[in-house]
Write a protein that binds this ligand. Structure first.
Ligand SMILES: [Fe+2]
Length: 450
């Protein structure tokens, strides 16, 4: 059992870790870069920084702590619902110096609130929930800021070691037998409202790729004319393909007869074995159709990631219940790219599905809705107001996602046209009649999913 003091120490450590990353991402560029809008899709980095502090102030200083506001005059500026990203640079935002001072002042008060919170009783404080929510919020904005860095022009300012090497997987696809599994969670103390409650879902047998689709596999679709053939695209996807003039994943550059990519300011050959990244849902779905497959549904993905056939229960992560270590998954901006297929054998699921967590968010063919028994907490704007929109689900986190927001129940969603996020995909398919009659559990097919 975790004692209250252990929990308090963990919360303080997580707050520290999140802040170290926010500081690294904002100190990497000068003040001009902090206030500039690098893309209409993104906020200026200085907005994200002060918004992180403002949410922390609202929930932890004012609500949990019951303290006086630090800066009630700026709440409106940093309310994401009041101002679309494109309008944020024109607002009278805090300067970089003011924003840094503000987040420091808020954090000092929060550490004092943390010292005094019982971390139990009231639902917002039980298990340190509100602190965990704010830690995850900061880490999610740190991933957003990393995406802003990817859109930024100019010389590289971020540096990290390359990911571990890949290796051939024993199978390209894995069959997941039919049956129920427990989706979502009712017990993870820092799980957000949309991950709750745990509930049983029956999933028909299906076959899922053992790894995300690689650059090499995706390039075969590009070079094979996949972007010119409406057969592979949904009507909505094709209309967007034409309107936006998509010809390849975002940040791919044609160089004679080869492809290069721009990655955090570095232009380099595209590594064939890495999962493809910066494709939208429509591109992922078109590739899957071209390959004779489809995208997985959200219950299929979560069953592949969590179901343990030996015990019949759902795990927190594909490898078990323990928090991710560097051997399990490419998370936490430890590397600044996805890792090649096969780089994390210790992170595979019991059925042999690799790299479900980390590397790239995976697009799924499911819209955003609440689970049966969903209850908005602590506010409707976290999840509920997005239910039923044109969103598609994304699961598993990316190399830019922190472990604290990467448990296998964590749900992300975005518009199907989004490409600046660190999203890729893997394919799935129905079980063939021959496979059904063989009752095979693992299907050995082609070596590397190409
Ligand atoms: Fe936010």
């Amino acid at each position: 059992m975790t004692t209250t003091e252990q929990l308090r120490t963990r919360v303080a450590d997580e707050l520290d870790r999140a802040r170290a990353r926010s500081v690294a991402l904002t100190d990497a560029v000068d003040d001009g870069d902090l206030v500039r809008q690098h893309s209409k899709l993104m906020s200026p980095l200085v907005w994200d920084l002060a918004h992180i502090g403002n949410q922390e102030e609202l929930w932890l200083v004012r609500d949990v702590g019951g303290r006086e506001p630090v800066r009630h005059d700026i709440d409106d500026l940093y309310d994401a619902f009041q101002h679309p990203r494109a309008d944020r640079p024109a607002l009278p935002l805090l300067s970089p110096t003011e924003a840094r001072g503000y987040v420091r002042e808020v954090r000092d008060k929060v550490l004092d609130v943390l010292d005094r919170s019982p971390l139990e009783g009231r639902r917002l404080e039980a298990g340190g929930f509100a602190f965990g929510m704010i830690v995850q919020h900061e880490q999610q904005h740190d991933e957003t800021m990393l995406a802003t860095h990817q859109l930024r022009r100019g010389a590289p300012v971020l540096h990290a070691p390359p990911p571990p090497p890949g290796r051939a997987l024993p199978t390209a696809e894995v069959l997941i037998p039919a049956g129920p599994f427990t989706m979502g969670t009712s017990i993870d103390p820092w799980a957000l409202d949309n991950e709750r409650p745990a509930h049983d879902v029956h999933v028909d047998a299906f076959v899922i790729d053992a790894a995300p689709v690689t650059n090499a596999a995706y390039q075969a679709f590009v070079d094979g004319g996949g972007y010119d053939d409406p057969r592979w695209w949904s009507p909505e996807g094709w209309a967007y393909r034409v309107k936006a003039d998509l010809t390849a994943p975002r940040f791919w550059l044609r160089d004679g007869d080869r492809w290069l990519r721009r990655r955090f300011g570095v232009v380099e050959p595209i590594p064939p074995d890495e999962p493809v990244v910066h494709v939208c849902f429509h591109e992922a779905a078109a590739y899957a159709a071209w390959a004779g497959k489809r995208l997985p549904t959200e219950p299929e993905w979560e069953k592949a990631a969590r179901f343990d056939p030996a015990t019949g229960r759902s795990r927190r992560f594909p490898w078990g219940d323990e928090d991710p270590g560097p051997e399990h998954a490419n998370l936490g901006q430890r590397h600044l790219s996805p890792a090649p297929v096969g780089a994390y054998p210790a992170g595979a699921s019991p059925a042999g599905v690799h790299q479900l967590v980390g590397d790239v968010w995976e697009w799924l063919d499911t819209g955003f809705h609440g689970y049966p028994g969903f209850e908005a907490f602590p506010y409707r704007e976290y999840s509920e107001v997005f239910f039923g929109g044109d969103y598609r689900m994304l699961r598993g986190g990316s190399f830019g996602t922190d472990p604290v927001a990467a448990r296998a129940t964590f749900r992300n969603w975005d518009h199907p046209i989004r490409r600046q996020i660190f999203a890729g995909f893997r394919c799935a398919r129905d079980v063939s009649i021959a496979e059904r009659s063989q009752g095979a559990v693992t299907v050995a097919t082609r070596e590397d999913g190409d």
